[in-house]
Design a protein around this ligand. Structure first.
Ligand SMILES: NC(=O)c1ccc[n+]([C@@H]2O[C@H](COP(=O)([O-])OP(=O)(O)OC[C@H]3O[C@@H](n4cnc5c(N)ncnc54)[C@H](O)[C@@H]3O)[C@@H](O)[C@H]2O)c1
Length: 251
């Protein structure tokens, strides 16, 4: 129960990896808010039917007013956000293609959710974190940005920006005892990824072979890192990108 008394917001927490992060933060004793475009209420009720330690807010991370409303609702019910997990992104639904085949609109849509979203959410929670001189921002990046993975140029580039934004946040917020770190997973078998034959066919076997520990990654492989980064144990670690991919890449 190392996070007892803390409030966490997990964006995109209704499904996939975000849902696994929600479950781990709840197990660690935090109050957890699931923020998602859809399904947040249902997911939260499945986690805690009483609503005492978990509730859902429908929010769009790319819309400043929507994020501000969500933060207000969290403050009213649980107090301010102490731990922000910027997990929402466009990923599992994306089609893999060479970069020349993406339109500018597709590029901007991915950038909007994956880079503008974390910026808006960090901005919305920073005042509370600064006020109490404690905060944790965990941005979900991807090892694809470090590898320069082919055939998802918009997504891979967006995750490079997430890593850079994490470093900037660490510099700008350190004086208030707020840490910002990135978790970089490799291809991980979340529920939505399992439905995307394109991802599985193109990346599955090659990615397994590229790892020191040559097996599929599961959401459970990632949650311990989020738990650690959210805790007091990680108080002096900031601006870092932790690659959790069975030793596929060493940084
Ligand atoms: N699964 C993987 O293999 C993998 C690997 C590396 C990094 N990641 C990263 O992990 C995170 C979660 O991945 P996932 O596989 O669970 O993805 P997913 O597509 O299954 O889930 C993304 C969630 O974000 C939500 N979302 C999308 N746009 C939103 C918006 N504008 N506002 C609010 N919520 C929004 C979706 O509704 C969904 O619940 C993402 O940041 C992804 O880039 C995933």
């Amino acid at each position: 129960m190392k996070l007892a008394g803390r409030t966490a917001l997990v964006t995109g927490g209704a499904t996939g990896l975000g849902r696994a992060f929600v479950q781990r933060l709840l197990a660690d004793g935090a109050r957890v808010v699931i923020g998602d475009l859809r399904g947040a209420d249902v997911a939260a009720a499945e986690e805690d039917s009483t609503g005492t330690r978990c509730f859902g807010v429908t929010m769009d991370v790319t819309d400043e007013a929507s994020v501000a409303d969500a933060v207000k609702a969290i403050e009213a019910r649980f107090a301010g956000v102490d731990i922000l997990v910027n997990n929402a992104a466009l990923f599992s639904t994306l089609v893999n293609r060479p970069f020349e085949e993406y339109s500018s609109d597709e590029w901007m849509q991915v950038m909007r959710v994956n880079t503008l979203g974390p910026f808006i959410c960090a901005k919305a929670v920073a005042p509370h974190m600064k006020g109490q001189q404690w905060g944790r921002i965990i941005n979900v990046a991807s090892t694809s940005a470090l590898k320069g993975l082919s055939n998802m140029a918009h997504y891979v580039t967006s995750k490079g920006a997430v890593i850079t934004f994490t470093r900037v946040l660490a510099r700008e917020l350190g004086a208030w005892n707020i840490t910002a770190n990135a978790l970089a997973p490799g291809l991980t078998l979340s529920d939505q990824i399992l439905k995307n034959d394109d991802h599985m066919a193109k990346f599955g076997e090659a990615i397994r072979k590229s790892r020191s520990i040559q097996r599929d990654a599961l959401p459970a492989d990632l949650v311990g890192t989020v738990s650690f980064l959210a805790s007091d144990d990680a108080a002096f670690m900031t601006g870092q990108t932790l690659c959790v991919e069975g030793g596929a890449i060493f940084v």
